[in-house]
Design a protein. Structure first.
Length: 234
């Protein structure tokens, strides 16, 4: 099968936007979205015929062909992520050492304990954020990309919860893990700014999920004075 990933002007089409789904969407959501959209836009289904609708229907079909085939989708995803990188060339990549976890999240990562919601509420009450990221004034002007390791849970790769005698998960069916989420913050970034990222949409893969639903990230621009009651010792 040879499907073009490009539009008339030679730019990469964002098929996820065409189907109105996140890049993490699983096959069933790809199909559900395709079926809903094709009903609206296909001239045969909608009864309304126009050049625009025909074009749109063709695009929806093309998006479905690309995103429903694992091999074609993998190739497309590679190109899309390469383009994303090219789209934000000035963004600084922040080293892991400049990410500071609030104390209880650090403990969570260290002990690999499953997240308890109470713990997070406690953490947010004490710190106001889950992590702090330290950036320079130059990086605040250019925008940043930060990879943050977070506790996650994945289906047991050995038994998928089918084996009560499993020596990997001890019959629980899931194991604790650590997964990275990559967050992009466009410029300009203000000192002490607080961002909340939805981790439900950022599943590392279909077998893994973060134990936290969202991540509150505070930005500290190095050299600026931090005011506010939420910041711990400085
Ligand atoms: Zn197992």
């Amino acid at each position: 099968m040879n499907i073009s990933f490009l539009d008339d002007r030679g730019s990469l089409v964002n098929f996820y936007e065409v189907l109105n789904i996140p890049p993490t969407a699983e096959k069933a959501s790809v199909r559900a979205s395709f079926c809903a959209l094709i009903k609206i836009f296909h001239p045969d289904a909608s009864g309304i015929d126009s050049e625009d609708r025909r074009r749109k229907a063709h695009l929806i079909i093309r998006a479905y062909k690309v995103l429903s085939d694992p091999l074609i989708r993998a190739e497309y995803d590679r190109l899309l992520s390469a383009q994303r990188r090219a789209d934000r060339p000035g963004f600084a990549v922040i080293a892991r050492a400049r990410v500071r976890y609030s104390v209880s999240l650090e403990g969570l990562l260290r002990t690999r304990m499953l997240n308890k919601r109470i713990r997070r509420n406690e953490r947010l009450r004490n710190f106001g954020q889950d992590v702090e990221v330290f950036i320079t004034p130059g990086e605040a002007r250019s925008g940043v990309i930060v990879r943050i390791d977070l506790p996650s849970r994945m289906s047991c790769p050995l038994c998928y919860g089918e084996e009560s005698e499993c020596h990997v998960c001890h019959g629980v069916g899931r194991i604790s893990a650590t997964s990275a989420v990559e967050i992009t913050i466009p410029p300009p970034i203000a000192h002490d700014a607080l961002y909340e990222f939805d981790l439900m949409k950022a599943r590392p893969d279909r077998f893994t999920a973060f134990t936290m639903k969202s991540l509150k990230t505070r930005i500290c621009v190095i050299g600026k004075k931090t005011a506010g009651p939420t910041s711990p010792q400085h």
